[in-house]
Design a protein around this ligand. Sequence first.
Ligand code: NAG
Ligand code: NAG
Ligand code: NAG
Length: 372
Amino acid sequence: MSSTSSSGSLFCRLASIVAIACFVSLSTMFFYTSPMISRPPPLPAPKHYLERTYTNLSNSSLNAKEEKPVLLLWVWPQDYHFDLSDCKTIYNIDGCHLTDDRSLYSNTDAVLIFHRAISQDLSTLPPSPRPSFQKWIWMNVESPTNTQKIPGIENLFNLTLSYREDSDIPVRLRLTSRKIPDEDFEIPKKERLICWVVSNNLDWTGVGTRNAYFHELSKHVYVHVYGKAYGSFLDYKDYYPTIASCKFYLSFENSIHKDYITEKLNGPLAVGTVPVVLGPPRKNYERFIPGDSFIHVNDFPDPKSLAEYLKGLDVDDEAYRRYFNWRRHFSARPHLILQNQEFVLAICTACDYVGRHKEYKQAHNIYEWFFN
Ligand SMILES: *[C@@H]1O[C@H](CO)[C@@H](O)[C@H](O)[C@H]1NC(C)=O
Ligand SMILES: *[C@@H]1O[C@H](CO)[C@@H](O)[C@H](O)[C@H]1NC(C)=O
Ligand SMILES: *[C@@H]1O[C@H](CO)[C@@H](O)[C@H](O)[C@H]1NC(C)=O
């Protein structure tokens, strides 16, 4: 009981983070056709190009403002609106001028296009021809299982944004390293052995594997299940406290694909709970988090042996505590959990990328890359 207050203060910290979040060559292909032509054809001269050229260079604050590339959010993914200044407030990302104002289209350096909002007849895409300096970003945070192929867009984009590490713009909340080891971490007070929050249980989304595993596992050990899919909706404010109150959390992905490791893993890491993962192979996880920070279902021949192992850890505090050693050197931060915040990280990551990269780029055959 004595650890109630310390876990309480952990929650205050988490809650305040979440609360902040809530408010929170011109290829001068110049064919010399006639000696009459004595100068090259005019450069494409979008408004900002001229401004940049003729701005008084000694006024650096003005220049800094204008040279920020414009990133246009073509549609709000799933209509989840948030305050565009959240990128700065939450992630300290300020490298672009992020806007949803389509009237800026002709002056826009990059356009972020949400895959699911592209209609089959492509009429929901931005107008052509696009300005020569403009890059289109293909934004898709779903796995291939949950991505519908829309013919005709394979060669339209310049940049890809997805969970895949080999995207131009990979999106992921990552652990960060500490220079000074944290010796003060206390495991939050535990009231339950295994928990699972699951909101989607639709068959077509590929959840068959995880459901079968869960079904078998729950024959051998009790799992506290929360979430829409099981009729016990967990309020947002209870999400982190609930996960923290469990020794283990089932970080089961809906479908299994390389690098498809989502916030389901981040939740337990952020609050001090051991994730039990089902997804791509262990080696893939170890690309992102230390090998001793999680339990992989593939480490066991069957759900029954996993259940026995977890029950064993329940009565062996020392062995359990070893799953937290990594925290001395690395830290995880909570992800945003409100529904309208689902795409904040992806959109802000795009903004950050656009602010740093001006290079010419084409993304060819995005389906061949994404689906194979
Ligand atoms: C440019 O800015 C400097 C300093 O602010 C000023 O002295 C100068 O007159 C400006 N030049 C023009 C052409 O506006
Ligand atoms: C720089 O530009 C800003 C915005 O137009 C203006 O308010 C400021 O007075 C300028 N500073 C100088 C030194 O010219
Ligand atoms: C973006 O990609 C398109 C299509 O591949 C290409 O025509 C265009 O030149 C590219 N633009 C930039 C700025 O990279």
